[in-house]
Structures are given as structure tokens and as C-alpha cells.
Design a protein around this ligand. Sequence first.
Ligand SMILES: Nc1ncnc2c1ncn2[C@@H]1O[C@H](COP(=O)(O)OP(=O)(O)OP(=O)(O)O)[C@@H](O)[C@H]1O
Ligand SMILES: [Mg+2]
Length: 283
Amino acid sequence: MPIEFKQVSHEYSPNTPFAYKALNEIDLELAEGKITAIVGATGSGKTTIVQHLNALLLPTQGEIVVVDKTIKSTEKPKNLKALRKQVGLVFQFPEYQLFEETILKDVAFGPKNFGVSEEDAQEKAKEALKMVGLDETFYERSPLDLSGGQKRRVAIAGILAMDPQVLVLDEPTAGLDPQGAKQMMGLFEMLNKKHGKTILVVTHDMEHVLDYCDEVVVVERGKIAMHVSKEEFFEDASLMVKANINPPAIIRMRTMLQEKGFAIPNTVLSLEALVKALKKGVA
Ligand SMILES: Nc1ncnc2c1ncn2[C@@H]1O[C@H](COP(=O)(O)OP(=O)(O)OP(=O)(O)O)[C@@H](O)[C@H]1O
Ligand SMILES: [Mg+2]
């Protein structure tokens, strides 16, 4: 299921004094069946990019090909509903995404909207809520009475209940505690490995990129500054410096040890590998 941006620009509020070009002629091809991280400074254009994937935003120039549909500046794809079933987008601020009076209804809304029976939609909603770690005590509560992290889980469940082939998550772990964040990333990994979902995740958490993602896209001032494999990105510390990114702890430790004269290869990307390399050096 290929996703391709071709020379895509996006200008907010065009032809007004507030016009702002947030994306500037970007080309980007996203790998099917992988977990791709989208990283970059605040305001670089990450959210703007991902909101094009289900035609929430339309390009002001260029086009985006998603599966068998093309999104252009002047036209929404003919079958917007089908596109949104294929590509599930979880917003950066999930509270904008919740509107039903109970959590169960909110999560069941998507499948119902796509023609699934009331009963089946509820079943799907219950399954999805379980996946994100919310039990039956949440079913009848109002989504508005939840904490930020819980709202995020409900919004993610609402998308999972539709079973999209492509999952787009805009900072899905913001507002979760470290344990909850890990569980959430583990869930995406499972959906990718077991169910073959293509996953795109916008994140500021480099530890998550290292632990869970296959590819890294760096966005810089409305341009794609880099698109490399996770290994390539973390093996070459200079790429992180160039991208103005603070490396994960293990990479900082590797660099520090290398600077102190330890023979640690750049292929070391985990604690286990680091210990092994150190042991080898001592032996
Ligand atoms: N509705 C809007 N109208 C005008 N400008 C906007 C609008 N939304 C975003 N922008 C501008 O476009 C640029 C890119 O914003 P975007 O939200 O895509 O950044 P981001 O990389 O997702 O940042 P963050 O990490 O803070 O979420 C920013 O300079 C922002 O101020
Ligand atoms: Mg954003």
C-alpha cells in the first residue's frame, strides 16, 4: 500500500495577510508494512504532513498518492469515506476527536459510520478499548471527563475499531506516563508485526524511535531534511547532530565511550550490544 508525496506544498490561509507556507515542495515515499517515525523541531511541519494523508488538509500544490487514491490541490478524492477507512489518523490533540456522550459510543461511531451493525460496532469498540488498556468501567463514562492520557487512549481506540490498514499517529504518547507510553508503542508494534499495518508516528521521543521504528523522516522548516533507516540514523551520530536531535541514552553512552578510546562499533544500538562490545574489549 504505497504512500507518496509528490512536490507537495501547503500554505495556510493563502491570499491573506496571514498566509504561511508550512510545506515546501516535499517528495516523500513511505514504506508499506513498516513503522516510520516523523521527527523534527516544533513548528517544522510534521502535523501538516500527516493531516494530508486522509485529506484533512489538501495540498496547495502537488499531489499525494495513498493506495489507489490521489489527493490533489483542487479535489478531494472521490471516495473520501473509503480513504478514511484505509488511513486512520489520531490527532495530536485528541480532545478534538471525541464528541459522543459515552466512551463506548464514541469508539463505536467509526465502524457504525462505515455500515457495521450496532451490535458488531459495539463488539469492535470493546475490543479496541481493551487493546488500549481501558476496561468496561469506562464504557458508560463521558469522554470529556477523562485525563489527557485517557482521552488519547479513547481516540486511538476509535481509530483501531475501524481496523485501518494505515495508522497515522500524531504524538500518540504525549500525556501518557512512561509505562503507558511503552505499552502504547508496544501495541503499535504488535499491530505492525502481527497484522501487517503500516504505521506512521510523529514523535519527539528518540528512545521510542530507536526501540520501535524502522525508518526515520526528519522534517525541517517545511522540507524533508532526511529519510533513512533507523540503523543508518542511529549508527551515524553526526546525522543526529545535523538534525539537531538529542540522541537516546544508549547512543550518547556509545559516543562517550568511543571518545574515551573504547573500541565500540557504531552498530551498537542497544544496552545488550553495548555490554557485549565492552566485554569483548576487556577479554
Ligand atoms: N492553521 C494554521 N494556520 C496558520 N499557520 C499554521 C496553522 N497550523 C500550523 N501552522 C504553522 O505551520 C507550521 C507547521 O506547523 P505544524 O503544526 O505542522 O508543526 P509540527 O511540526 O507538527 O509542530 P509540533 O511539534 O509543535 O506539533 C508552524 O510554523 C505553524 O505555526
Ligand atoms: Mg504537531
